[in-house]
Design a protein around this ligand. Structure first.
Ligand SMILES: [Zn+2]
Length: 214
């Protein structure tokens, strides 16, 4: 199909609010401005078990909506835009963090079947490629695990996260500095469980970054 026909059928839309944008733009002028003013997370964050953690954005407004409602066909734009936000956030931290590899919080098989893509994996791949680091799938997630959203206390979330993730076989992270990526950091119990397993797999240090922080 010609490029022009494709553009007529699927005009480029803002990855955050779905308003139409000009060719080559990922977000509209309004969302670009709001990202700077309304969504930027200007504070340090910590995750237990991680040497350091960071997130460029707050999980609210159109950022939240876009992450929740991202549909098949929209993941490329959101993946590109989100990775660019992550890279902006990471670049000043890289001289200190010095990761040897990149990994991500995994999802369930049923999520793959339903959606056909998974943003943390897309982010991890693009971030790893940008810094020419290997992107290694290190963790697995139990398919029957309960969603963290069903857990109503911090203790229940922590316990659920601890039972949900486990290491992939045959991966040795001995002495490695690992950068762990997720899309959203909520209570931190998922990141904490992921970091604990990476340490069990031999990681010397774990650094965490998510696109947004709730
Ligand atoms: Zn927009």
């Amino acid at each position: 199909m010609s490029r022009l026909l494709l553009r007529l059928l699927f005009p480029p839309r803002c990855v955050l609010c779905r308003r139409s944008v000009t060719e080559g733009e990922l977000v509209c002028a309004v969302c670009a401005d709001e990202t700077e003013t309304r969504y930027a997370l200007r504070k340090k964050i910590t995750v237990t078990g991680c040497k350091a953690a960071a997130a460029p954005l707050q999980y609210k407004g159109n950022v939240r909506r876009a992450l929740l409602q991202c549909k098949h066909g929209q993941q490329n734009g959101l993946g590109k835009w989100g990775s660019a936000q992550l890279i902006d956030c990471l670049t000043p931290l890289m001289p200190e963090w010095k990761p040897d590899c990149v990994t991500y919080i995994p999802t369930t098989l049923s999520h793959w079947w339903k959606r056909g893509f998974y943003l943390p994996k897309i982010f991890a791949g693009k971030v790893a490629a940008y810094y020419t680091l290997p992107c290694i799938p290190t963790l697995r997630r139990k398919s029957f695990a309960k969603s963290q959203l069903q857990m109503h206390s911090p203790e229940a979330r922590q316990e659920n996260a601890r039972r949900t993730y486990f290491p992939r076989k045959g991966i040795d992270l001995t002495g490695k500095r690992v950068l762990l990526i997720d899309d959203v950091l909520t209570s931190g119990s998922t990141a904490r469980a992921g970091a604990a397993i990476l340490h069990e797999m031999g990681a010397a240090e774990v650094f965490f970054v998510s696109l947004a922080k709730a």
